[in-house]
Structure formats: C-alpha cells, structure tokens
Design a protein around this ligand. Structure first.
Ligand SMILES: *[C@@H]1O[C@H](CO)[C@@H](O)[C@H](O)[C@H]1NC(C)=O
Ligand SMILES: *[C@@H]1O[C@H](CO)[C@@H](O)[C@H](O)[C@H]1NC(C)=O
Ligand SMILES: *[C@@H]1O[C@H](CO)[C@@H](O)[C@H](O)[C@H]1NC(C)=O
Ligand SMILES: *[C@@H]1O[C@H](CO)[C@@H](O)[C@H](O)[C@H]1NC(C)=O
Ligand SMILES: *[C@@H]1O[C@H](CO)[C@@H](O)[C@H](O)[C@H]1NC(C)=O
Length: 461
C-alpha cells in the first residue's frame, strides 16, 4: 500500500544535541542467558513520541521464524499497571522463556519457547505507556499520560517506526494485547484506521484482542465464582440482591460491602489470575509511591536496587521475579542497547507509582467502529480467569448484536476440545481457551498457539 506520510513525517525531530533522534535501533545478535544464536532476528530501539518532554517508547522487534517477508506483523501491548512488555515476551508469546530455577545471584537463563507466536508472525513488542519497562521521559512531565494520550503516542510510534522499516509496510498488520491493553487496542486501531483514511499512515489489516470492560467484568466475577463453586448460593444471592447498581470496588450499600469482602476472601483462597493455581505474592516493586515518585519523576540518577519480594518457586510468579534480575543485569542492558543513564532500574510493573488517567471508560464503541469497517478481530478468554472472567467478555461481545455466523462449538487440538468458540458477522470471533488463566498463553501455551496460528492465517479455529 502506498505510503502517504507527508504531513506527519515532515516533522523531523531533533534532540537537544542536534542529532536526529526520532528513532534509534540496535541489532541484537545474542542475548545473555541464552546459548547460541537467537531463533530469529531481534531489533530493539527507541522511538520519540513526545518531543517536548523527550519521551521515548522502547521496543523489541522480533521477526517471524516462518517467512518474515510475508508473515503478518503484530503490534503487541502488555497490560497494567504500566507493566513492561517483557512479561508478554518471556511469559506468554515470545520466542524465549526464563528457565525456572532458584535464583542464586547468577544471570537467569533463557530457553526456547516452542509455542511462540513469533513462529508465524513478526511481533513488535512495545513498552507502553511511557515509563513502562525501558520507555522513559527526559522531563518528568512526560510521564503524565492516560488511555487516550498513550494510545495516540502508539499511533505516532507506528508511523515513525514504519517510516524506518518500509519493507514491512506490505505485510498484514495486526494490533493486539491482553489484560488492560485489551481496553486500549480498539482505540489504537480506530486511530490508526482514521490516519490510514487520511493518508497519514500506511497499512493496517486488523487486530487481535482481549478486552476488559470494568462494569461488565467485575459484575461477572460473582456469577463466575458462583458457577465454578467458589462461593455459596447464599452469598451469590446476597450480592445479586444488594449490589445492584453498585461500584463493586467502592460499594456504598453496607450489606453489599460486607458480602463483597467475604467474596474477595473466598476468591483470594487461590490465584485470581487462574483459579486453580496457587495463591502467591504479587511480584512487583513494593508499593512506596513517594519513594518511586522521587526516583523517577525527579530523575535521581543513582542505581537503586529494589528487588521485588521473592515468591515460592512453585508459583508462576517466580518467572516475574527472575525477570527483574535478567533485565537489570549490565550485560543484558548492553545487549539490548539500553542507553546509559536512562532507566536505572527496570521494574516489571509500576503499580500506582506513576500518574495515569483512565480516560476511556469503555471501548465497546471503538470495537463496533473498527469491526464495522471490516477489520477482523479475535477476542479470547482463558476460562479459568477470575480477573476478567469470560462471562463478562462474552457478554460485551454479544452486546454488539452482530449476527451469528458459526454458532458456539468446541475448537480442537489433537482431537480434543481446546476451548469453545463462536463466530459473529463482521469477522468477529470469540474464543475461550480451556484451562487458560488471565494471560491465557502463560498457562496454555500450546492451545493458544494453535488458536493464534489458525486465526492469523484466516482458518477457522
Ligand atoms: C547458579 O546456578 C547456575 C545454574 O544452575 C550455575 O551455572 C551457576 O554457576 C550458579 N551460580 C552460583 C553463583 O552459584
Ligand atoms: C553496572 O553498571 C553500572 C552503571 O554503569 C555500574 O555502576 C555498576 O557497578 C555495574 N554493575 C556491575 C555488577 O558491573
Ligand atoms: C467516565 O466515567 C466517569 C465516572 O463514571 C464519568 O464521570 C465520565 O464522564 C465518563 N467519561 C466519559 C467520556 O464517558
Ligand atoms: C467511528 O468512526 C467514525 C468514522 O470514522 C467516526 O466519525 C466516529 O467518531 C467513530 N466513533 C467513535 C466512537 O470513535
Ligand atoms: C472478513 O475478512 C475477509 C478477509 O479476511 C474479507 O475478505 C471479508 O470481506 C471480511 N468480511 C466482512 C463481513 O467484513
């Protein structure tokens, strides 16, 4: 497709020292902790998305192990709060995984992931919003972003990135993400499609999504927990009766509030992200907003070490713990081309320690818009996720009121059901992943890979 980038790309950005700085890239030949050559080409880099504050998004571009010349290109975003996309890369869909073994002070090792989505697609993993992972802002004001501004920065990121990578313009292009990113993706796609129509940026072929709509999902936690045997009939009935119209996070009705406390304690007996998994500590910096405000917003330069709390090695979260040591290792940072004096300490997530405005309440209207424009979409849910239970996702997908094209049925892997799916008009597919948790590929990599590779090549699941 022809590139008509004139307007946007005439703005050429220069950093203070006068060097063109809209994009800096590093070809990564090998990675510390992984023996031998990488499974496919990896390029990392920074793209300036806010010149005024010197804000840059960091990316990992991993070419398909199949045919990078024709395979689709997928922009992948991680959820929040401000979690680094390295989590998606190492724990979910990237070509390398952390070897789970006790941390002993040596660099954590990496292994090949046979179910990487990069076997069939080229993936552009982006640390977004500014402040996530290795993305940064020179001026602390650059960290004041929200759903809308961060989405617009991603659109800008893409137009800059494709300008420097025109070879990939003709590949089908998809946008995807999970957890909180599912809320951003439809708006990003809407904006990209508007820019394409206006001739500002080039191609886009569609998107893959996982969504979170607060009102629907929190209200579906209760029916989900009830249906799966975590709460009693009585508690279910109390919540249904007394929490009608309440904000489940901040209920005003006293009976509702008490019932929800009980509800959370019962659900909290296991992992919210996968109800069959162990209850584990959350691996992220200890919440100390003042400290981190000082550290990041006021640009203190010293190297600080705040390793996250150590979970049991029996916990899925152990990989998160290891990722801290891998990402903060000097050899790693050098290999990735992390600029000196930028992000002194990589944190997996920034929980409430950086400003963020949730200024998109619901993205259903963007979903509707982009699917009506003809972009294909896949919405999937792990069926053991209590954070965003499939019931809520199923409900908002249904609320679009599109005709059913292929009614609810199982989809299979090795002759066994691997989940269930329903296909709607306007190329909208909803699927569950049997045994999947919140970030489904983390729990069911083989099934998710089958789902993704079929869908991305336009085959029925
Ligand atoms: C840590 O464990 C790794 C892998 O088992 C081993 O190669 C390394 O020598 C150990 N390092 C230390 C400091 O014990
Ligand atoms: C890593 O690099 C930082 C900054 O360049 C330096 O202060 C620190 O001593 C290095 N750490 C190791 C273990 O070499
Ligand atoms: C989003 O929700 C908040 C609180 O419910 C409301 O005040 C605000 O007007 C809503 N914004 C939009 C754009 O609908
Ligand atoms: C839907 O798309 C139309 C045409 O591109 C646009 O005018 C409208 O604002 C969009 N709606 C939303 C909610 O973005
Ligand atoms: C669905 O997508 C295919 C391409 O994958 C396209 O040919 C078709 O027109 C789309 N259908 C609708 C209803 O948009």
């Amino acid at each position: 497709m022809a590139m008509r980038l004139a307007v946007l790309l005439l703005l050429c950005f220069f950093s203070d020292d006068g060097v063109a700085a809209s994009l800096a890239r590093t070809n990564v030949a090998s990675l510390p902790g992984f023996d031998g050559a990488l499974p496919s080409r990896l390029e990392t880099g920074y793209v300036t998305v806010d010149e005024e504050n010197g804000a840059e998004l960091f990316y990992y571009f991993i070419e398909s192990e199949g045919d990078p010349g024709s395979d689709p290109v997928l922009l992948w975003l991680n959820g929040g709060d401000r979690c680094s996309v390295l989590s998606a890369l190492f724990l979910e869909i990237g070509p390398l995984k952390l070897v789970v073994e006790p941390y002993n002070g040596s660099l954590p090792r990496l292994r090949y992931n046979p179910y990487a989505w990069t076997k069939v697609a080229t993936i552009l993993f982006v640390d977004s919003p500014v402040g996530a992972g290795f993305s940064l802002s020179r001026d602390p004001r650059g960290y004041y972003v929200g759903d809308i501004s961060a989405s617009l920065q991603l659109v800008k990121f893409l137009s800059e990135w494709f300008k420097e990578h025109p070879d990939h313009l003709s590949n089908p292009f998809y946008v995807g993400g999970d957890s909180y990113a599912g809320k951003i993706v439809p708006f990003v796609v809407q904006k990209i499609s508007e820019d394409i129509e206006a001739g500002i940026i080039p191609t886009l072929n569609l998107k893959v999504i996982r969504e979170q709509v607060k009102a629907l999902t929190t209200n579906q936690k209760c029916p989900y927990a009830h249906g799966i045997g975590i709460i009693s009939d009585q508690l279910y009935e109390t919540i249904m009766e007394h929490c009608k119209g309440e904000d489940y996070d901040n209920p005003t009705n006293v009976i509702c509030a008490q019932a929800l406390t009980r509800f959370n304690s019962l659900l909290g007996e296991g992992s919210f992200a996968h109800i069959l998994y162990r209850k584990c500590i959350y691996v992220s910096p200890r919440p100390n907003p003042d400290n981190i405000d000082r550290r990041i917003l006021k640009e203190e330069r010293e190297v600080i070490h705040h390793p996250p709390p150590q979970p049991s090695i029996k916990c899925n979260e152990y990989s998160n713990y290891l990722s801290y040591f891998w990402a903060n290792n000097n050899a790693t940072r050098e290999a990735l081309g992390i600029r000196k004096g930028t992000v002194n300490e990589w944190a997996r997530c920034h929980d409430h320690d950086l400003p963020y405005t949730r200024d998109i309440n619901s993205s259903i209207k963007y979903h509707r818009n982009v699917t009506l424009k003809g972009y294909r979409a896949l919405v999937y849910s792990g069926d053991h996720d209590a954070v965003v239970p499939f019931l809520g996702t199923q409900a908002w997908v249904r609320s679009l009121n599109y005709p059913i094209v292929d009614d609810w049925r199982a989809w299979h892997l090795d002759g066994q059901s691997a989940g269930f799916t329903i296909a709607y008009g306007n190329n909208l597919t909803f699927a569950t992943v049997k045994g999947g948790g919140h970030t489904a590929p983390e729990y069911e990599p083989e099934r998710c890979f089958a789902m993704f590779s079929r869908w991305i090549s336009d085959k029925p699941l």
